[in-house]
Design a protein around this ligand. Structure first.
Ligand code: PLP
Length: 374
């Protein structure tokens, strides 16, 4: 069946799935699948190395940064960053809260006893706009790091658009940490601006299992508070010293992610992807804005995510209507446009146009939205 899924875990490029299918019975002439060979074999060692290099190439990672392949998802990183980058437990850590995921990261740091300072909290703001005035950006003077999420997957809020406007607010000498789980490889990112970037691969890259940390080498092992032990599985130094093989890595996820990296390099890398993602998201936002009597996007234009487009369907009274949304989902299902329901916490509609969602699927959705009559 034709694939027109618009949310959920990564949709993988067809050519990648075909390669994986072919190699499932005979990987690198081993006569076995990559699922069956030892992670200590030279064949897997090469996959591990290649995947790191390909990602470095795609993200243009400077030499003084390391790529760590870890596990536990981005959620485990909410604890890892705190434990690894703390300096000293009495020092504050700064959190910019823009949605559910940054809130979760903050909660994890608090749970570990963190002296957490909230720079601002969009969840508490009515108009959901970034503060304009510098005084409303409540940075602490001596924080160990500043944390934010570049794309709030549930709320459809993305911050990179502001690259300069947003970044100019940050104190210059601080370690900046960013969760890029849901927009990594979708647009250019200047790695040098960050001390540490992390992401689970399961949205824009490959199957769940692998979590990537891109970190400045000078931060590895140097900022752990001696009084706060870091479990080995969460420890950046342990992972780095073992070349990401401290324990059994999620081999299939690393292997498939590497196929996606290779595929993206062949297509033209991040600039190719960025152009495509802009076209895809502009198309859908254009229809939402054109059909104001039927659709409404709650996110202000400058914060709109290219990856997760959220909107409400309106009833005849001009208010968001669950009934009209049900009609919308039912009609979409008939066209094989699946998984358009918004996250259960916020409701509404959400189209997640991750990297591998083809333009054809987006055109199909656009056509449906243009013709939708509640
Ligand atoms: N951060 C962001 C921005 C996410 O979108 C998600 C999952 O949707 C997570 C973190 C949690 O990721 P994981 O399931 O890998 O722990």
């Amino acid at each position: 069946p034709q694939k027109a899924r618009l949310a959920g875990p990564a949709v993988l490029p067809k050519s990648v799935l075909e390669t994986a299918q072919r190699e499932l019975l005979n990987f690198a002439n081993t006569g076995s699948s990559v699922l069956e060979i030892s992670h200590r074999s030279k064949e897997f060692e090469q996959v591990n190395q290649e995947a790191q290099q390909n990602l470095k190439d795609l993200l243009d990672v400077p030499d003084d940064y390391a790529i760590l392949f870890m596990q536990g998802g981005a959620s485990a990183q909410f604890s890892s960053i705190y434990l690894n980058l703390l300096v000293n437990q009495s020092k504050p850590v700064d959190y910019i809260v823009t949605g559910i995921w940054s809130e979760k990261a903050l909660k994890e740091a608090k749970k570990l006893g963190g002296n957490c300072n909230v720079v601002f909290n969009l969840n508490n703001s009515k108009d959901k706009k970034l503060p304009i005035d510098d005084k409303d950006w409540n940075f602490s003077k001596d924080s160990s790091y500043i944390f934010y999420v570049s794309n709030e997957t549930v709320h459809g809020i993305e911050l990179n658009d502001h690259e300069d406007k947003f970044f100019e607010k940050f104190p210059k000498d601080k370690v900046l940490v960013c969760d890029m789980s849901s927009n990594i490889l979708s647009r250019k990112v200047d790695v040098k601006k960050f001390g540490c970037i992390f992401f689970g691969v399961q949205k824009n890259i490959g199957p769940a299992g692998l979590t990537v940390v891109v970190i400045k080498k000078e931060l590895i092992g140097t900022r752990q508070d001696k009084n706060v032990p870091v479990p080995s599985m969460l420890c950046y130094k342990t992972c780095y010293d073992a070349n990401s093989m401290y324990n059994t890595p999620p081999t299939f996820s690393v292997y498939l992610s590497n196929l996606v990296f290779k595929n993206l390099k062949e297509l033209g890398g991040i600039s190719y992807m960025e152009k495509l993602n802009l076209e895809k998201s502009n198309l859908i936002y254009g229809i939402i804005d054109k059909r104001k009597d039927v659709f409404q996007c709650p996110v202000e234009v400058s914060l709109r995510s290219r990856m997760n487009i959220v909107w409400r369907c309106l009833g005849s009274d001009g208010k968001p209507s669950n009934i009209v949304e049900k009609e919308f989902f039912d009609g979409a299902e008939r066209l094989r446009l699946h998984q358009l329901q918004g996250h259960r916490v916020v409701g509404g509609v959400r189209a997640s146009l991750y990297n591998a969602i083809p333009m054809e699927s987006v055109l199909c959705l656009a056509d449906y939205m243009n013709n939708f009559k509640p």
